[in-house]
Ligand binder design. Structure first.
Ligand code: UDP
Length: 417
């Protein structure tokens, strides 16, 4: 199949470096991995993303079978994600021209703004379109309230897109429920999760040195995330205050290490650590190259992912693939990926006491923690390897292609004329 993906703000070329910043995270990683896995399965993939640097060539080959196409929409500069919505008409016009010249069999839009650009272009040309939202504005608004900076029309646009595209791929059951609440008909929605690179993230291999700010070699907890308040790093820091002094936390993500001191969220978290009396037990690494993460996971005794909400959450899967037990808030995709009492512990969001209790249980029962880690690895490989996840996408694409050909009346029986 000739597959056109649209990922307006999240370039797959950013996925090996530059992650952990405010707007660069899971979508970059997921689009990259999906494109590579589909190409491995014999498909041709073009990923259309917005040009953010005038020096970037229009088309950049990423791997055999995958090209990244830099679409000109607005100034070729980094812009905050929430400002891109006004550029989507221009993005759409460019996409339509591309697809008229080189017609894909199916379009897959990632994030709502990509859908805004892709849907009119795909409809003009009669190309079927599937949509993955990666995050929903209704959830963001519920949790962030007045701090939600998303464009006002986001929620309405998402329910409209949900009804109009050929298929919505929800990344977890919670998102499917949310889409139903938005009025998207159930038959429009299929749950297709994101995946994890189970060959990159493995239990065996080098582990990061268990360096410790305090000089103790105790129980090492790891957090990996963009440093935005909803990721719940504050909850882990507060939990640390309830745990013995040999429990230490390493925080990966945020700006590069040399810019940590200027980062408002790092400052907020450091102040909390100081107030909680655990400042000497928390280490901020800044953004860590994706390639260096497996070693970091392997060096941890437990990985804590306790966001307030989480559309899918690649980090727990990466931790599981590395054989680490996970303490996860039972929200969004984490409710599907982490199995309570099997691959780690579920805790309520925003509950430092519950996080402390779960971490303490892992610390007190290292054998059980190791068993959780092994079960996590097995689950990651069995359910979330990208080859398997790509096959589920392939099936969804084939479904919309088949129904489009049927409805446009060009389906033949396959028998010779
Ligand atoms: N990540 C990274 N380096 C960092 C912080 C994060 O490579 O310093 C990666 C992480 O490994 C994961 C992604 O960024 O693949 C974050 O994805 P997730 O779905 O957990 O959260 P999102 O950022 O999409 O909210």
């Amino acid at each position: 199949m000739r597959i056109a993906m649209v990922s307006e703000h999240a370039s797959p070329l950013v996925a090996s470096n530059g992650l952990g910043g405010v707007d660069a995270g899971g979508q970059n990683v997921a689009v990259r991995a999906l494109a590579l896995a589909l190409a491995d399965a014999g498909h041709e993939v073009v990923v259309h993303t917005r040009r953010t640097d005038p020096r970037t060539p229009r088309r950049v080959p990423m791997a055999a079978g995958v090209v990244v196409d830099h679409v000109d929409a607005g100034p070729p500069a980094e812009l905050p994600k929430d400002e891109l919505v006004d550029l989507m008409d221009a993005f759409s016009v460019d996409l339509a021209a591309c697809w008229r010249a080189d017609r894909p069999d199916v379009v897959h839009a990632h994030f709502w703004m990509s859908g805004l650009a892709a849907l009119p272009a795909a409809r003009t040309l009669g190309v079927p379109i599937v949509q993955t939202f990666h995050a929903l504005g209704s959830v963001k608004r519920r949790h962030q309230g007045p701090d939600d900076t998303s464009p006002a029309r986001r929620v309405a646009a998402e329910s409209d897109l949900g009804a109009k595209v050929d298929q919505v791929l929800a990344t977890c059951r919670d998102e499917a429920d949310e889409l139903a609440a938005l009025g998207v008909p159930a038959e429009q929605v299929t749950v297709v999760p994101c995946g994890v690179d189970v060959e990159h993230f493995t239990p065996a291999g080098d582990a990061a040195p268990r360096g410790s700010t305090s000089g103790r070699d105790g129980f090492r907890v790891l957090s990996v995330s963009r440093l935005v308040p909803r990721k719940g790093v504050d909850t882990v820091i507060a939990a640390l205050g309830r745990l013995p002094g040999d429990v230490e936390l390493t925080v990966a993500g945020g700006p590069s290490a040399d810019r940590l001191d200027d980062d408002p969220e790092v400052r907020r978290l450091r102040a909390l650590a100081a107030r909680t009396g655990v400042a000497d037990r928390v280490t901020f690494l800044g953004a860590v190259a994706h390639d260096a993460l497996p070693g970091l996971y392997r060096g941890a005794d437990a990985v804590a992912c306790v966001p307030v909400y989480e559309p899918f959450g690649l980090v727990p899967l990466e931790a599981m693939a590395c054989g680490r037990p996970v303490v996860a808030a039972a929200v969004g995709g984490l409710a599907d990926t982490v199995v309570d009492g099997v691959t780690g512990h579920h805790v309520p969001a925003g509950d430092p006491a519950a996080v402390a209790a779960a971490l303490d249980a892992l610390r007190a029962h290292p054998r059980r923690a190791r068993t959780f880690g092994r079960a996590g690895r097995r689950r990651a490989v069995a359910e979330y390897g990208w080859d398997r996840v790509a096959a589920a996408h392939e099936q969804a694409y084939a479904g919309v292609v088949a129904s489009t050909t049927v409805s446009s009346g060009v389906l033949t029986t396959g028998s010779p004329a």
